[in-house]
Design a protein around this ligand. Structure first.
Ligand SMILES: [Zn+2]
Length: 62
């Protein structure tokens, strides 16, 4: 992907980053983008599809 994202707060160009998250007390990391200035971070769409949605479906199926 060549799409570029900018922080909505400080208008800095977002950089790719591994973003740690905790989901139901399990720590994991997902690919995303992060603002180098204020540290705000977003998961990229593929991470949401690959990691977060399957995790939720797995939990729901239990
Ligand atoms: Zn920022």
């Amino acid at each position: 992907m060549t799409e570029e994202w900018y922080c909505f707060k400080c208008k800095e160009k977002m950089v790719k980053a591994e973003i740690p998250f905790v989901y139901l007390e399990v720590e994991d990391k997902g690919k995303g983008i992060k603002c180098p200035k204020c540290g705000v971070a977003y998961f990229d769409e593929q991470t949401v599809l690959d990691v977060i949605i399957p995790t939720q479906e797995f939990i729901d199926a239990k």
